[in-house]
Design a protein around this ligand. Structure first.
Ligand code: DGL
Length: 266
């Protein structure tokens, strides 16, 4: 592994771009290889078996691209397939999931009652509540599945009346009563962070995993002496398992007009 090797990042679709964007903002010398598994989107209601297979195939592909690190920029795959991704990475790349850094951050905050919103799979796995309890028994963690949000965001429905009303409908749920912090437990949700913030009118602190994960990526690269110190000559590379205009537009929104986007069937 060399410092100049890229960071591999994957998600079911555009959600992981929020993490990828923060990573490149915080570490401008890093080059990323992004894989959006648009063919299998959404991951939120697929079987655990299917998500394990997708995640293993993508990890192998990212390792073939010589990635020094594989970031599972998807809560669903982090919840269900981290073990498999770690096995594929062995000594070839450093595996990271998006859940552990957020749990650590939450446990050092001053929260008494934290809400978590995520896909059906992430919420059913109960991974956030279990990990939070392990580290800090004094925190009450309560999760709510918000399955309409990923398709809504993938379709470009955000910052409008429809999205605001769907978001309000979910956040009105009694499970989230009296929370002081809310974890965006899906990497798509930073795209609707402003609307969520508006709903709470400043009364609830929003925990955005994209920022927290990018800081953890930097810390880990420094620990392994793998943080790139020079600007890469090669551009970022984007792969999708099924080309969609909406993916291309979202990637352009974050990374500019000239992105290298290639469709690969794994
Ligand atoms: N961004 C993903 C997550 O964090 C994807 C969800 C989906 O594909 O349903 O869970």
């Amino acid at each position: 592994m060399k410092k100049t090797n890229p960071i591999g990042i994957f998600d079911s679709g555009i959600g992981g771009l929020t993490v990828a964007h923060q990573i490149t903002k915080l570490m401008p010398n890093e080059r990323i290889v992004y894989f959006g598994d648009t063919q299998h989107l959404p991951y939120g209601d697929k079987s655990a078996e299917a998500i394990k297979v997708y995640s293993k195939n993508i990890t192998k592909f990212l390792i073939e691209q010589e990635c020094k690190m594989v970031v599972i920029a998807c809560n669903t795959a982090s919840a269900l397939a981290y073990k498999e991704v770690k096995e594929c990475c062995k000594n070839l790349a450093i595996p990271l999931n998006v859940i552990d850094p957020v749990v650590n951050y939450t446990c050092t905050s001053n929260t008494k009652k934290v809400g978590i919103i995520g896909t059906k799979n992430t919420v059913t796995s109960n991974v956030y509540a279990l990990k939070i309890k392990e580290l800090n028994k004094g925190i009450n963690a309560t999760s709510l599945a918000t399955p309409l949000l990923v398709p809504m965001i993938e379709e470009g429905f955000y910052k409008n009346k429809i999205s605001s009303s769907i978001i309000a409908n979910y956040l009105d749920n009694n499970r989230l009563n009296n929370i002081d912090h809310l974890i965006l437990g899906c990497t798509h949700y930073p795209l609707i962070e402003d609307e969520i913030r508006q709903y709470y009118g400043g009364l609830v602190t929003i925990i955005n995993s994209a920022k927290i994960v990018s800081q953890f990526v930097k810390k880990t690269l420094l620990e392994f002496n793998l943080l790139s110190t020079e600007l890469s000559e090669n551009p970022h590379q984007f792969f999708v398992s099924d080309y969609t205009v909406s993916f291309e537009q979202s990637a352009q929104y974050f990374f500019g007009e000239r992105i290298n986007l290639v469709e690969v069937k794994l």
